[in-house]
Structure formats: structure tokens, C-alpha cells
Design a protein around this ligand. Structure first.
Ligand code: ATP
Ligand code: FE
Length: 335
């Protein structure tokens, strides 16, 4: 199949899929399109192809039912869903967003107003969990992160000396590419045939070794989070001394080990940890809808599309969309 045919096939599949998902959501909620007040849709960041499919469907509903549209930032939605589960959570607050493609530390000053304190310079932590899980031969049908978290419970987290990334950098940025390589080397140097032998067929000794690698990886991955979060709390409190909450969200925030260690950082600094339940940490429609409501109530929405808007119109998408301004003083503030 050439590239053009493949992308047309993929697009058609995605359109049908989105149509079914939207219908199921409406059925489950026992409402119809005419009951809606507005349509919220992710416009970035992400793959243009996927964004376009969602926006196309959203505009179609908005056009037919004459509804306003709210364009949502995917990572802002990961952060703001915390306000749905904790009604005391008000601005300003500090947020760590850890997912498959992002590692963000942001100071949320108000709705839509963020200062980015740190980001990853290469891979996100979720990517490191996913790759490590695959290299360890785990069953990743329910996701690499959960599989690795489970195996790590059987391992000794101090058995392998992985290096904590970026200790010499006095900033709030992250790096997980090097830790990923360390996991790969640990597997290779122990002659573990993880490519050929899945964990379910491994000997007891082999399984223990893999569990030790998983637990040691997780310990260092989270130590790196703790280092950067401690510094970010200090920076954030200097800028906004009234901060009371530390939000942790995104798929990796479902992890109990991660939550426990970040709760410790929050408590140590007199902050309250707010982390949504796992079902709202990984990608979900509720977070997009909720963020849409927040913006809608603040008067930030687009008018309904005109009735004569063509179906093949090119909409504004934001595949690359930073969440707020970078904190420029960062480098000069050190512990
Ligand atoms: P992004 O939000 O950056 O665009 P994404 O939307 O693909 O990326 P999410 O759905 O927010 O990411 O999160 C998925 C990631 O979370 C995956 O990398 C997955 O392995 C990881 N993850 C989910 N559960 C756990 C867990 N229990 N432990 C560690 N990682 C986890
Ligand atoms: Fe996500």
C-alpha cells in the first residue's frame, strides 16, 4: 500500500471510530446533541492527523446544532481535571504532568496562564516505562507502565545501580533517554533473552532478575522526578508564596509508587497533593469536557460555525503548542 492509500485508509478508520465514540458517550450520558451547551475539542498538541479527525467531528456537531466551540490544550486538560475532583483547588498551584509524550512542571497562575518551569530535553517518563516494559518481555496489552509497576513489586529496587539523570543541572528539566539506555544495557549485560522469552515463560531466577531491573529503574525514574519537583516547589513558592496545592496528573500519575513519593515531596513542603483517580490521569474525554467548561464559563469560546461552512474546511490546529511561557529566570535560581 503506498503512503497516500495508507493515510486515506487510516483517516477513514479514525472518522468511523470517532463517530462511534461520540455516539457512545452521548448514549452513556443519556443526552442527545441538542441537549449540549457547547462542544469542547482538543486542538493540540499532538499528531495533526488525529487532531484533524476530532476537530472535524466537533465542528460538524457545532454547525448542525448551532453550538459554540472551545479549543482545548491536551496538557492543560490533564492538569485542570484535578479541579473537577478537588473543588478546593484554586490558583495559583504547581503541576507536574507526566505522560507518554510529556514531562512538564508548570506554575498555573490562572485559567490559561502558565509558567513552564521544566520540560523534558528528550524522552518523557511514560516512554521510558513503555520501552523498558517491552524490553523486559512484559505483557503490555494493558500498557507498559502498569505492567512494569506490577513486576517492580517483586524486585529489589536497590539491586542495580542506575545513575540518576541530570543531577549536575540545577534546573527543573528532565531527561529519560539515558535511563532507558541503562535499562537496555542492564538486560544485555545479564544475557537475559527477553526478546525471545516472555516473562510468563521465564525461569524463577530470570523473572527475579527482570523484577530487580524493573524495581531499580522505577526507583531512579522517580528519584529524578523528586529532584526536579523539589526544586520546582522552591521556585514556585518564591514566585507565588500563596501556593497550597501540588497537582500530579497524566498517565504515569496512576502509578502508586510515583504518587506515594510525590506525596512525600508535597508534605515535606507543606503542600497538599492533588492527583486525580487513575481513570482520569490517563487520556479521557472527561478532562477535555471539563477544561471546555472552565473556558466556556470564562467566556473563551468560538461562535458556532456558519451553516454554509464546507465540510473539508482547513481548521486551525496546534500540533506544537507549549503550555505557557518558559521561566526565563530559571537558570539563575539555584538551591
Ligand atoms: P501525552 O499526554 O503526553 O500526549 P499520552 O496522552 O499518550 O501522552 P497518557 O494517556 O496521559 O499519555 O498516559 C499514557 C502513559 O502513561 C503511557 O506511557 C503509560 O505507560 C503511562 N502509564 C499509565 N499507567 C501507568 C502506571 N501505572 N505506571 C507507569 N506509567 C503508566
Ligand atoms: Fe495525554
Amino acid at each position: 500500500m503506498d503512503d497516500f492509500k495508507l493515510s486515506t485508509f487510516l483517516l477513514t478508520f479514525l472518522y468511523i471510530f470517532v463517530w462511534q465514540v461520540v455516539q457512545k458517550a452521548l448514549d452513556d450520558a443519556n443526552v442527545s446533541e441538542s441537549d449540549l451547551s457547547a462542544v469542547a475539542v482538543t486542538i493540540g498538541p499532538g499528531l495533526s492527523l488525529c487532531l484533524r479527525v476530532g476537530v472535524h467531528k466537533a465542528r460538524k456537531i457545532a454547525k448542525v446544532f448551532h453550538l459554540p466551540i472551545v479549543g482545548v490544550h491536551h496538557m492543560e486538560a490533564h492538569a485542570l481535571v484535578s479541579r473537577l475532583v478537588n473543588k478546593d483547588l484554586d490558583y495559583p498551584f504547581l503541576a507536574l504532568l507526566i505522560s507518554g509524550g510529556h514531562n512538564l512542571l508548570v506554575l498555573a497562575q490562572n485559567l490559561g496562564e502558565y509558567v513552564q518551569l521544566g520540560t523534558t530535553i528528550d524522552d518523557a517518563i511514560g516512554e521510558a516505562y513503555d520501552k523498558s516494559a517491552r524490553w523486559l518481555g512484559l505483557d503490555i496489552r494493558k500498557g507498559g507502565g502498569p505492567a512494569l509497576e506490577e513486576l517492580a513489586l517483586e524486585g529489589d529496587p536497590n539491586s542495580i545501580n542506575f545513575r540518576v539523570p541530570m543531577r549536575q543541572h540545577k534546573d527543573c528539566n528532565f531527561s529519560y533517554a539515558g535511563l532507558k539506555t541503562q535499562v537496555r544495557l542492564a538486560i544485555e549485560s545479564r544475557n537475559l533473552c527477553t526478546d525471545d522469552i516472555p516473562i510468563s515463560s521465564a525461569t524463577e531466577e530470570d523473572r527475579q532478575l527482570r523484577a530487580n531491573i524493573a524495581a531499580s529503574f522505577q526507583r531512579i525514574a522517580v528519584l529524578h522526578l523528586e529532584d526536579r519537583c523539589q526544586r520546582a516547589v522552591e521556585w514556585a513558592l518564591k514566585m507565588e508564596p500563596s501556593i497550597k496545592h501540588f497537582v500530579v496528573s497524566g498517565g504515569v500519575a496512576s502509578n502508586q509508587y510515583v504518587r506515594a513519593h510525590l506525596n512525600h515531596i508535597a508534605e515535606k513542603n507543606g503542600l497538599q497533593l492533588v492527583s486525580p483517580p487513575p481513570s482520569l490521569c490517563t487520556d479521557n474525554g472527561v478532562m477535555i469536557a471539563w477544561t471546555g467548561i472552565e473556558h466556556f464559563l470564562a467566556g473563551r469560546f468560538e461562535d458556532p460555525p456558519p451553516a454554509d461552512e464546507p465540510d473539508d474546511m482547513q481548521y486551525e490546529l496546534r500540533p506544537r503548542w507549549p503550555l505557557g511561557e518558559e521561566y526565563s529566570e530559571g537558570r539563575s535560581v539555584s538551591r
